[in-house]
Ligand binder design. Structure first.
Ligand code: FAD
Ligand code: NA7
Length: 494
């Protein structure tokens, strides 16, 4: 075309999806810039290049989960003959320092990778001026205008705060917890999303007094039988649940002291559906009540990009194209898609290949495996039991299942039959497996492997034909022979 733009592609957002797309596009010869800017949290937390996953998501979350697991392992170790102090002590600031040092090296690595791949990194907030023009504003308020042939929106999401007094002043979110400079003390986690439960899980595992305030159900959208098993397990492992309440007010009753590393005290008033009030004091209140797509401050109306008015997410076709042909969107801001790092990366890579290479593949958003890193991990791929019933009808579904006891918990004598495995099969499709669920240690590792089976259309008979690896947890899937409909006892005997 006759019009000359500054760039072939400008990506807004240097997170999982944006970095993947910009590097791939540059590799294919496109002139690319990526704008990434972190708006500080209400208490001032900020971070480097890489987006949610690296800085305030998957990576620090999994490392804190690991810290909690190690605490359990130290206890278990004694029963295997290791001579250790009576009570192992955990130091919050040492853990945070070590994790933040790792994140710092990742931030640096991303910058180097962009430079090597000749992607221009613009550390500034980008917003539309018109459909092909963006204004960027850096932290010194210096403004610049750039134009692009294609624009990719990959701005991700940020945690939502409830609209109640004191929430933003005295509360924190997952954006703050992973770099919190002091021990959180007694902590209230508001919400029952996977983020709330994962944070409660690792905090409790580190010996921190943790309460989860649940408005209705646990893990909306996930298989509810498993959600309840997760809740039961957490309750048995020192996590308190307050059900049916929502906070209505936070008040500071004592300032924290950065010098002494103390978190201060907050009074939380909450209310249930009957209007009954409850007051309780905490040191830290963490809101995990959902995330908002970052689409409301980027001048989206100047580009006429269509959003879903209900959630502010970007409406795209199956090729991640918006209603404006040269504007695309990937990752957490996509309406109706999964909010997961590998999903954003895949979408970014394939989109770049289609735009600048001879790629034809489009991202397949079906049968994406995922794992919730609660104290006992939960991995799944395919449909929940509820969704399978809704899709195929209860009469056409057969569920094979078993409780399980990982070998490693037997000697320490903890947690018999807390794990669980189930396969959801469709009778009329020759028992094709449409849902795979595992609640156990290392569920993420197990689920990743089996996911290829579901993608390839595995049937129950294929699982039966597979020979197990003994002794593992995953081998349970090769010997599942009790159906839920039979009502048979599926507790694993010692
Ligand atoms: P992001 O990674 O959020 O990146 C968007 C970037 O754009 C950010 O850096 C943002 O600051 C920047 N930005 C926004 N607006 C602008 C603008 N106007 N100008 C310039 N820059 C802008 N996923 C998993 O797969 N596994 C997990 O275990 C997992 N755990 C998680 C745990 C937590 C606590 C959270 C919060 C998320 C977790 N996720 C996990 C989800 C995962 O982090 C996201 O799905 C993923 O980061 C989405 O990538 P993205 O590219 O869409 O956006
Ligand atoms: P979700 O999945 O939107 O969940 C939000 C949770 O927070 C959920 O448990 C809600 O309870 C709860 N919630 C919401 N508002 C409030 C208020 N005001 N007070 C108390 N509790 C509240 O969270 P995410 O956005 O983090 O999840 C993003 C994606 O990850 C999502 O697509 C999932 O598939 C996985 P509710 O159930 O509504 O009663």
């Amino acid at each position: 075309d006759a019009v000359k733009y500054d760039y072939d592609l400008v990506v807004i957002g240097g997170g999982s999806g944006g970095l993947a797309a910009s590097k791939e596009a540059a590799l294919l010869g496109a002139k690319v810039a990526v704008c990434d800017f972190v708006v500080p949290t209400p208490i001032g937390t900020t971070w480097g290049l890489g987006g949610t996953c690296v800085n305030v998501g998957c990576i620090p979350k999994k490392l804190m989960h690991q810290a909690a697991i190690l605490g359990q392992s130290v206890e278990d170790a004694k029963t295997f003959g290791w001579e250790l102090p009576e009570k192992a002590k955990h130091d919050w600031t040492t853990m945070v320092g070590a994790i933040q040092a790792h994140i710092g090296s990742l931030n640096w690595g991303y910058r180097v990778a962009l430079r090597e791949k000749k992607v221009e990194y613009i550390n500034a907030f980008a917003e539309f001026v018109d459909p092909h023009t963006l204004k960027t504003t850096d932290k010194r308020q210096k403004e610049k205008t750039i134009t692009a042939k294609y624009i990719l929106l990959a701005t991700g999401g940020r945690p939502r705060y409830p609209d109640i007094p004191g929430a933003q002043e005295f509360g924190i979110t997952s954006d703050d917890i992973f770099s919190l400079p002091h021990h959180p003390g007694k902590t209230l986690l508001v919400g029952a999303s996977y983020i709330a439960l994962e944070c409660a899980g690792f905090l409790a595992g580190l010996g921190i007094n943790s309460t989860v305030m649940v408005r209705s159900i646990l893990l909306r959208g996930f298989d509810q039988q498993i959600a309840n098993l997760i809740g039961n397990y957490m309750e048995k492992h020192k996590i308190r649940f307050q059900r049916g309440y929502v906070p209505i007010k936070l008040e500071r009753i004592e300032e924290g002291s950065p010098e002494e590393g103390t978190p201060g005290r907050i009074m939380v008033t909450s209310q249930n559906e009957e209007g009954e009030l409850m007051e309780e004091e905490y040191n830290t209140v963490l809101f995990a009540i959902g995330r908002d797509a970052c689409t409301n401050k980027i001048g989206i109306e100047k580009a006429n990009v269509m959003l879903n008015p209900k959630n502010g997410k970007v409406i795209c076709d199956e090729k991640e194209q918006t209603n404006i042909p040269h504007i695309y969107a990937i990752g957490d801001i996509l309406d109706g898609k999964l909010e997961l790092t590998p999903v954003a990366i895949q979408a970014g890579r394939l989109l770049a290949k289609r735009l600048f290479g001879n790629g034809t593949l489009i991202t397949d958003y079906v049968n994406v495996p995922t794992t919730v890193f609660t104290p006992l991990e939960y991995g799944c791929v395919g449909l929940s039991e509820e969704d399978a019933i809704a899709k195929y009808g209860a009469d056409d579904i057969e569920v094979y299942h078993s409780f399980l006891t990982p070998l490693e918990v037997t000697v320490p004598k903890r947690d018999g039959n807390e794990g669980y495995a189930k396969l959801i099969c469709v009778k009329s499709l020759d028992e094709k497996v449409v849902g795979f669920h595992i609640l156990s240690p290392n569920a993420g590792e197990i689920t990743q492997g089996f996911a290829i089976g579901l993608k390839l259309g595995a049937k129950k008979a294929d699982f039966d034909n597979l020979i197990g690896i003994h002794p593992t947890i995953a081998e349970v899937f090769t010997t599942l022979n009790s159906t839920k409909s039979s009502g048979a006892d599926v507790l694993q005997k010692g």
